[in-house]
Write a protein that binds this ligand. Structure first.
Ligand SMILES: C[S@@+](CC[C@H](N)C(=O)[O-])C[C@H]1O[C@@H](n2cnc3c(N)ncnc32)[C@H](O)[C@@H]1O
Length: 294
């Protein structure tokens, strides 16, 4: 059997099993490509050259077992491969932390022309905070994209921070990223020029109908209370006290724009465009936050 035929048959199986996507791919074919190439230790960008390759029985069986495991357990593919890619950068991941997929990554590293973040940064942007850092991916991307900054990566979950430490080391950024175990800002000191935050924001009705894949992720990373704003309320209240004068806060809120605007009707948010549209990531200046909330 050729690699292309194996991908085809395995993608049919994924389709029939009606698995859910959203952890790095959006459809059965891409998911099959990813798992097949990974399973055969081929680089993920090597599909074209491997397409007509003839596989032996052992290789086929190995792939079939992996796809069966994906279907039977509903584990997100990234937990099976222990690898997730964001903007072309690889990250270690396991179930101690949510699979990284933040849209904020597009605003930091910008292959598709989004990246409006640059316009909000200054020569004086030196201190960056990745609050709710999970596996540390946004902290790592910020350190890679902005060579002049040092980054603080904070999370309430020590398990997530263990994964973040692996990624900080993987990218040899120990000198530029410090991790802090903190409930929001309570263990943080000083002021930041840029705060990135992808907090738990899924409202409770949505939490109840999450596909099985998402139930393998830490609930602490997803659940945002009745209207999704439970953590965001104290976050926005406290944030100005940890921001320099020209600082901005970039906040991801997923599909919760309606809840956000109901909770903060007077807040002057700037909505930032990402591949998911203009409703999921917003920017707040310190001034806007101070005027409205403190
Ligand atoms: C949606 S995940 C985002 C992880 C990562 N930034 C990413 O984009 O992949 C939210 C993270 O917030 C953390 N978290 C939840 N409550 C928190 C709190 N009170 N203070 C700090 N971090 C918190 C969770 O542990 C989780 O890692």
């Amino acid at each position: 059997m050729k690699l292309r035929e194996l991908i085809q048959t395995q993608s049919q199986l994924l389709k029939q099993a009606q698995i859910s996507y959203g952890h790095g791919t959006t459809n059965a074919y891409d998911e099959a490509v990813w798992l097949v190439l990974w399973c055969l230790s081929k680089p993920l960008d090597s599909l074209d050259e491997s397409f007509e390759e003839v596989l032996d029985t052992a290789e086929i069986m190995k792939v079939e077992q992996l796809i069966q495991k994906r279907i039977a357990t509903r584990l997100p593919a990234a937990y099976l491969t222990q690898e997730a890619w964001l903007q072309g950068i690889p990250f270690y991941i396991d179930s101690r932390s949510i699979v990284p997929r933040s849209l904020i990554a597009e605003l930091i590293v910008d292959p598709d022309g989004f990246g409006q973040l640059d316009a909000w940064l200054h020569e004086t942007t030196h201190q960056v905070l990745d609050l709710c850092t999970g596996n540390g991916s946004l902290a790592v991307l910020a350190a890679l994209a902005f060579p002049d900054v040092t980054v603080t990566a904070a999370d309430i979950s020590m398990q997530a921070l263990e994964v973040a430490q692996i990624n900080i080391q993987k990218h040899q950024l120990q000198n530029r990223i410090q991790w802090v175990h903190s409930n929001l800002f309570n263990q943080l000191e000083g002021c930041f020029d840029l705060i990135l935050c992808n907090p738990p924001y899924v409202n409770s009705s949505s939490m109840q109908i999450l596909p099985a894949e998402y139930l393998h992720e830490p609930a602490l990373a997803l659940a945002g209370g009745v209207d999704g704003m439970t953590l965001i309320r104290p976050l926005l209240q406290q944030a100005p006290h940890f921001m320099t004068d020209k600082a901005v806060l970039v906040l991801e809120i997923g599909h919760e724009r309606e809840h956000f605007e109901r909770a903060f009707p007077n807040l002057a948010a700037v909505w930032l465009e990402t591949s998911a549209g203009e409703d999921q990531v917003l920017l707040l200046t310190r001034e806007a936050l101070s005027l409205t909330l403190t």
